[in-house]
Design a protein around this ligand. Structure first.
Ligand SMILES: [Zn+2]
Length: 106
């Protein structure tokens, strides 16, 4: 599908992040994007840079008031990884890098 590829590029997502759903409401000028990850995938540890295997995930909602001209909600399962050096870590959210205007709602 073409559209999720555009969204992943804009959000800075690459494998093993996956966009699993996108929905628009033209009337409300609202977009909802659901982001998940593949079971058993590996992510980079934010502390030491080593690869860790995702062991579980936490649900988060992020909001941007004008993403591609839509009020946008990201519904994300953010993986927690088991790092051999640091223990359990929550990975970096690519869409929340400096300069991004996504804010964590909950
Ligand atoms: Zn680590």
């Amino acid at each position: 599908m073409e559209q999720p590829a555009i969204f992943s590029a804009t959000l800075g997502l690459s494998h093993p992040w996956q966009i699993t759903a996108v929905s628009f409401s033209k009337d409300e000028k609202r977009m909802d994007i659901t982001i998940d990850f593949a079971h058993g995938s590996t992510f980079t540890c934010p502390t030491c840079g080593k690869e860790g295997i995702a062991c579980d995930g936490e649900n988060e909602t992020w909001y941007h008031d004008n993403f591609l001209q839509y009020a946008t909600y990201l519904h994300v399962r953010v993986p927690r990884i088991e790092c051999c050096c640091c223990g359990i870590c929550t990975v970096e959210r690519p869409w929340s890098r400096e300069g991004s205007r996504f804010a964590l709602l909950q």
